[in-house]
Design a protein around this ligand. Structure first.
Ligand code: PAF
Length: 301
């Protein structure tokens, strides 16, 4: 495993590997796993999939400042490069790309990649500019690593929808591979931000997955239920937790993220449906979701 921070070095290392393979008459498949570090089992599952499907696995670790708003947690975002290196090694990563801010943005940026419409609702409403930061940095990473595949967790379902749109619109030659949400045994979706939670907040935060799993049960029960009614019931469950401050509970089509007809029974709709929520506990904003009408299976650790 090698590590580098210089974008030009990453580009030439991957080119070199491709040339080497070509000289032996092989085509090298490159898998990229973009992260902000402080890796957990969710990231490990992306790395494992990338390892299975590619010859060369590149892990990027970069806390991207331009996707954080002015009052967000950029300064205190958890970092532990040594621990990340150990996890990467265990998962068979070939290259860690861990640039600093100066490496990625050496001069003030005058260019941004912006996806319209899909970025205005859900998390985009509370975090203006966030997805522009994500699409800009991910397109830079895709240009630098030129991977055949890039791996993203479905926990950030809106991010995946936005990035898929970007890849389609800009004719990028990469396959985005969605990977299932990984949860703790008690249902909490893994997130680097979970470390911010106090024991009491963490206990209350279990209501997020519980309310989503309840919604799946209402949907599966055969009872004719509308998006409006699902949202109302989920709202009641979550609002019963004293520390929970609901940002949104939304039910939209996936990946187009369009609102569903509020009064149509959800069972009558045939496209994949995303139930997504964002809830704050103290200063920590957690997101979670489930997909209906899809084969997504929740993964537990
Ligand atoms: O999902 C993340 O960790 C980040 O948004 C990403 C995709 C690495 C871009 O900074």
């Amino acid at each position: 495993m090698i590590q580098m921070s210089n974008p030009a070095e990453l580009r030439s290392a991957i080119k070199e590997e491709r040339f080497k393979a070509a000289r032996e008459g092989k085509e090298l498949k490159v898998g990229l796993v973009p992260t902000m570090g402080y890796l957990h089992e969710g990231h490990a599952s992306l790395l494992r999939k990338a390892r299975e499907e590619n010859d060369l696995v590149v892990l990027s670790i970069f806390v991207n400042p331009i996707q954080f708003g002015p009052n967000e947690d950029l300064d205190r975002y958890p970092r532990d490069l040594e621990r990340d290196q150990a996890l990467a090694k265990r998962e068979g990563v070939d290259i860690i790309f861990a640039p600093g801010t100066q490496d990625m943005y050496p001069t003030p940026t005058k260019t941004k990649v912006q996806v319209a419409e899909l970025t205005t609702g859900l998390c985009g409403a509370a975090r203006p500019g966030h997805f522009d930061g994500v699409t800009t940095v991910v397109s830079k990473l895709l240009h630098l690593a030129s991977p055949d595949r890039a791996y993203f967790g479905l926990k950030d379902a809106q991010q995946l929808a936005v990035l898929s749109q970007m890849v389609r619109d800009l004719n990028m030659d990469v396959e985005l591979v969605p990977c299932p949400i990984v949860r703790e045994a008690d249902g909490l979706a893994l997130s680097s931000r979970n470390v911010y939670l106090t024991a009491e907040q963490r206990e209350e935060a279990l209501v997020l997955s519980r309310s989503l799993f309840e919604a799946r049960k209402w949907y599966d029960s055969g009872e004719s239920i509308t998006p409006r009614e699902i949202r109302r019931r989920m709202h009641d469950l979550i609002a019963a937790q004293p520390l929970a401050e609901i940002d949104y509970i939304e039910i939209v089509s996936f990946p187009s993220l369009e609102p569903l007809a509020e009064n149509t029974a959800i069972q009558e709709l045939t496209q994949p449906i995303l139930l997504a929520l964002a809830v704050k506990f103290g200063g920590t904003r957690l997101i979670d979701n489930i997909l209906l009408h899809s084969n997504e299976v929740p993964v537990h650790v």
